[in-house]
Structures are given as structure tokens and as C-alpha cells.
Design a protein around this ligand. Structure first.
Ligand SMILES: Cc1cc2nc3c(=O)[nH]c(=O)nc-3n(C[C@H](O)[C@H](O)[C@H](O)COP(=O)(O)OP(=O)(O)OC[C@H]3O[C@@H](n4cnc5c(N)ncnc54)[C@H](O)[C@@H]3O)c2cc1C
Length: 545
């Protein structure tokens, strides 16, 4: 994927997508599949903000049965289905357990009924199509079974537990990059480190958009018929468009933090549990993720995300202590590995807790007062909903076109295996056994999936020939791939979003130096620049960010 340069680009694009998080990336791929001339720009790195920092749960929608919101249940099943189908190597079923303590509508009986209803809806929705990994059977667990899975849970009066299956997206950063790479392969123009600073109407009713290229420090204008602002927490940026619509003005930002710790349970089940402290009850959701547990989520109002968070560390510690009390007593303190912070839109109100004011569903807002809806602000609330929301956005922006859902195309995103991921891994393991050790093959497959042969042919073989590649050269090869094909411009991009999104704080200094050396050579950094890049990464590692 070559970085788009707007220099002397006089083409009139069908759509400009602003923002390279999950919403922007899924919109770029969907619009490219639908044959639209697409350009996407991201002001920082792809997936650098909220999309990398969610709890990664692909919700199946069981919770909407509480309010009998069948429409949302159906939507959620479709959403889960899309993720399983598009990313079979990155999304796996996530068993979730909620302890039950009451009777009838508060206890096991209510869950039994909900599970039955959900199974019927799921069957009707899927109609036997693309159902792999769906239809995992929910169950009611006995008190003994709950205690076996979660022996340290500090909750008395448990009657049993309700167990159902959502999904978990293992590497959201990789999902975003794969979607962008796929869009680029279909002819879309894609760039990171490129900010939209101003949008204005031209005389012939198109848009002239001023872009600031952060790498070359230059400004260029490009032209487009429609604009989708997938700008996440920047949804109130004015961008030269005049007044902000009332619907957006009414929203505020709510900041969420998840804390990552080494695995808390031997069971790979996530736990939803209620805790009460200082007279206030809240839900904790502890999710197994690779070798870690994600403790989630602390929510609070946020006036300005640009302001550094002075008590970030303290907030992480307090939230972690609360979780530990709920599940392990004080005897088993696990060390915080990192904390993930992101933003969701919510309603202003000082009376209720921030978590209760998160917007329940997405919003599509026309950003101009007096036009036919050519510029749309896409305000997403869930990672999971992205494909559905972008289809609706495109249908709204292009009412004359027949915009199709991503599942109506036969394409899979770049790197997604068409066959069983496990079988494909074993095939690559056999094929490249002279060049890649088992560990290297595992790491490379996790990162690149079915595009591993391109990595080997273009970046590993040139360094190793047909011999087994050394540890240093392996990481040099990965670095070259990420710099030359995935637009990594900083060491931070490489470490936090391309190679080690799950273990950034654990990579040894020697390896960090190898990566920095390679990037310095490729991007012609001076020694001062290289040292600065290393210092930025180590600072984040020390702060567990
Ligand atoms: C703590 C937390 C936990 C969550 N857990 C879950 C979960 O388990 N499951 C789930 O489904 N959802 C979850 N979510 C919600 C989900 O993460 C978000 O809804 C989703 O990631 C938002 O994606 P986005 O693309 O809209 O925003 P972002 O990822 O923030 O992307 C927006 C991008 O736009 C760019 N941008 C902004 N302005 C400009 C400009 N002028 N020019 C160029 N680029 C610009 C930004 O740099 C940014 O990269 C969670 C959210 C939080 C905060």
C-alpha cells in the first residue's frame, strides 16, 4: 500500500473519508468494493486512537433481549457474522459468564428463556449461511461450575451462572490495516499523517478540501463530491464548515480506560460481575485476551482529550484495585502491564454516572444546514457496528447507487485466510520450515495471516536466502515490510500498532534498538532522530500506556 500524495492530484473523487480508525477503514473498503473513487486520510497513524483501545468484544446482542429490542439483536448477530467471516484468524468465540443470584426474572430461569429466544433469532437470521463459529451453545452453570472457573470471586449468594458466547477481536489494529490495504488494492488512495484542515464548497457544488501533510509539512487541496467524517472523538471539529449542528453540540465525550494485566484466570471465560463501592454499583467485565486479562471499563466525563490526563496512573491503579477486590481478594495482586484509553460520545448530565450516559447507538449527522446531505458525520459507539453503519452512511450519501453490504461481495480482506486458519498455518510451517523457525512462523502468521508468503518472498528471503533466518534479520524483515508497505513512519507506529500491539511494554532494549536501527536506515534518520524515537517509545513503556 503506497502512501497517497495529493500533490498535483486534480481528480474529482467520489468520496473523501476522514479518519483511519475502524469506521474510516471499513468505509474505505466498502466504498472501494462498491466501485467508488475513494480517498482516505488519517491525521496520525491508522488505528492510533479509540479503535486500538477498546475492550475488543464483538457483542452478539444478547443484552438487547432485556428490553426486547429484537431489531438490535438481529443487527448484532449480523455484525458478529461479518467479523467472523471477514477475519477468521483474528476473531474467536468469547465465552462470557454472569453469576446469577436471584430467582425467576432475575435468575437462571430468565436466562434460560433468553437463550432459547436468542437461538431462534440467530437461526432465522443466519439461515444456514456463514454460520461457522456462531451457534455456540449457551448454558446455565451450577454454583460449583462457577466456582471452578472463578475460584477467587468475592461474590456471595451465587446460585449459578449464565454462560453465552460473544466474540473477541484479537488485533483491532491489524484489522484496520488489512481493510485499508484491501481498499488500496482496489484502487483507493490512502494516507496517514495527513490532516483535513478545511472544507469548502466550490462554485460547481463540489468540495475543495485542504490537507496538511505532516511528513512534508505542506498543504494541498483535493476535490471530492461527498465527504464522510469518521473522525471519532473529533466529531465536533469545525473544519471550516461553519456552525456545528445542534445534534452534535448536545453530545459530550466520555473517556474509557481498560487495564491490561497478566491472565487472571486459568479459564478462558470472561466474567461480568457487579461491584458496589461507596454506595454505588457498577459492572466490571474482565475479558481474556491472548496471555492477558483486560479489566474494563472505567468511564468518566472528559472535557478536552487534548489535555494530558494528570492522574492517569492513579486512575488505572484505583480501577485495578477495585477489580482485584472483586475477583481475587487482596492476596493475588497482578501487575499492570498497560492501560488503554479511548473515547465514546455520550450525554451531558452531572447527576448520573458517565457509564450510564454513553450514547446507546450510532448517529449519522448531516454537517451542512442547507444541502442535500453531501457531508456526513459518522458518530460510532461500538467497534462491532462499523460495517453496518458505514453501509447505511454510504446509502445515505449515494442514494442513486445500489450500495451493497460487504458480505454480498466474494472478496476477503487482504491477509484473511479463505481456508481454516490452523490448516493454513501448518501449510506455511511446512513450506517455510527451512527459513522460519516455529516461533518466527507463528509470530509472522499472527501478524500477516494469509499474506505471509509476500512477507517471506519480499522481505525475508532477500535477507536470509534459503537458510533459517536469524532473530535480528527476522525483525529487520518485518520492519521493512511495515515501513515500505504499511506506512510506519515512527518507531511508535511499528511497536504499538504493527508488531507488538499486545506486548509493547515487554520488548527488550536490544530488540528495540534493532528495530530503530532498521527504521533509521530506511527513513534516513539522523542519530538524534533515532534516539528521540527510542525515547518516545521507552517513555510510553515505562508509563504502561
Ligand atoms: C474503553 C473503551 C472500550 C470499548 N470497548 C468496546 C468493545 O468491547 N466492543 C465494541 O464494539 N466497541 C467498544 N468500544 C467502542 C469502539 O472502540 C469505538 O466505537 C470505535 O473504535 C470508534 O472508532 P472510530 O473509527 O469512530 O474512532 P477512532 O478510532 O478514534 O478513529 C477516528 C480517527 O479519525 C482521525 N481524525 C480525526 N480528525 C481528523 C482530521 N481532521 N483529519 C484526518 N484524520 C482525523 C483520528 O486521528 C482518529 O484516528 C470501546 C470504547 C472504549 C473507549
Amino acid at each position: 500500500m503506497k502512501r497517497y500524495s495529493p500533490e498535483s492530484d486534480a481528480q474529482l473523487h467520489d468520496i473523501l473519508i476522514v479518519g483511519g480508525g475502524i469506521y474510516g477503514a471499513s468505509m474505505a473498503y466498502t466504498s472501494a468494493l462498491n466501485g467508488l473513487k475513494t480517498v482516505l486520510v488519517e491525521q496520525d497513524d491508522f488505528s492510533q486512537h479509540t479503535s486500538a483501545n477498546s475492550q475488543k468484544v464483538i457483542h452478539g446482542g444478547l443484552r438487547y433481549l432485556q428490553t426486547m429490542d429484537i431489531k438490535r439483536v438481529v443487527e448484532s448477530i449480523h455484525e458478529k457474522q461479518r467479523f467472523y467471516h471477514l477475519f477468521p484468524h483474528r476473531v474467536t468465540p468469547l465465552p462470557c459468564m454472569l453469576p446469577t443470584s436471584g430467582f425467576l426474572m432475575k435468575g437462571n430461569e430468565a436466562f434460560r428463556l433468553a437463550f432459547l429466544l436468542y437461538a431462534i433469532i440467530e437461526k432465522l437470521v443466519c439461515r444456514g449461511k456463514l454460520t461457522k463459529n456462531l451457534h455456540k451453545r449457551p448454558a446455565i452453570l451450577s454454583k460449583k461450575e462457577v466456582e471452578k472457573r472463578f475460584p477467587h470471586m468475592q461474590q456471595e449468594d451465587i446460585r449459578g451462572g449464565a454462560l453465552w458466547y460473544d466474540g473477541i477481536c484479537l488485533d483491532p489494529e491489524r484489522v484496520v490495516i488489512a481493510l485499508l490495504e484491501s481498499a488500496a488494492r482496489l484502487g483507493s488512495k490512502v494516507a496517514n499523517q495527513m490532516q483535513v484542515v478545511n472544507i469548502e464548497r466550490t462554485a460547481n457544488n463540489q468540495f475543495a478540501v485542504l490537507l496538511f501533510d505532516k511528513l512534508s509539512q505542506t498543504k494541498r487541496r483535493i476535490f471530492t463530491k461527498k465527504i464522510a467524517l469518521c473522525t471519532g472523538s473529533w466529531f465536533k471539529d469545525e473544519l471550516g464548515l461553519g456552525s456545528i449542528p445542534q445534534e452534535l453540540k448536545q453530545l459530550s465525550l466520555i473517556r474509557g480506560m481498560n487495564v491490561i494485566v497478566p491472565s487472571l484466570f486459568t479459564s478462558a471465560t470472561s466474567l461480568a460481575t457487579k461491584v458496589t463501592k461507596n454506595g454505588r454499583s457498577r459492572f466490571l467485565f474482565i475479558v481474556p485476551w491472548k496471555d492477558y486479562s483486560i479489566e474494563g471499563t472505567h468511564w468518566e466525563d472528559c472535557i478536552d482529550p487534548a489535555e494530558p490526563w494528570s492522574d492517569h496512573q492513579q486512575t488505572a491503579n484505583n480501577f485495578h484495585d477495585l477489580t482485584q477486590e472483586a475477583i481475587a481478594g487482596n492476596s493475588q495482586q497482578a501487575k499492570i502491564m498497560s492501560s488503554h484509553v479511548g473515547y465514546v460520545p455520550g450525554h451531558k448530565n452531572d447527576q448520573t454516572m458517565a457509564s450510564e450516559r454513553i450514547l446507546p447507538h450510532y448517529k449519522l449527522v448531516d454537517r451542512e444546514d442547507d444541502t442535500a446531505g453531501d457531508i456526513l458525520q459518522v458518530v460510532g459507539v461500538k467497534f462491532t457496528t462499523a460495517f453496518d453503519v458505514v453501509k447505511r452512511s454510504l446509502q445515505q450519501l449515494f442514494p442513486q447507487e445500489k450500495i451493497k453490504d460487504i458480505l454480498e461481495f466474494n472478496n476477503l480482506p487482504y491477509g484473511s485466510p479463505a481456508s481454516q486458519p490452523k490448516a493454513l498455518f501448518l501449510h506455511y510451517r511446512q513450506k517455510y520450515k527451512n527459513i522460519l523457525s516455529y516461533d518466527h512462523c507463528t509470530i509472522a502468521f499472527q501478524i500477516f495471516g494469509a499474506s505471509l508468503p509476500e512477507l517471506v518472498n519480499n522481505y525475508i528471503v532477500p535477507l536470509a536466502g534459503n537458510e533459517e533466518i536469524s532473530e535480528t534479520d527476522f525483525y529487520r524483515g518485518l520492519t521493512r515490510n511495515c515501513v515500505q508497505r504499511e506506512m510506519a513512519h515512527h518507531l511508535d507506529d511499528l511497536v504499538f500498532r504493527r508488531l507488538f500491539p499486545d506486548t509493547p511494554s515487554a520488548i527488550p532494549t536490544a530488540l528495540l534498538n534493532t528495530l530503530a536501527e532498521e527504521m533509521a536506515e530506511l527513513l534516513q534518520w539522523t542519530t538524534t532522530q533515532k534516539d528521540f524515537e527510542i525515547s518516545q517509545v521507552t517513555k510510553k513503556q515505562e508509563l504502561c500506556l
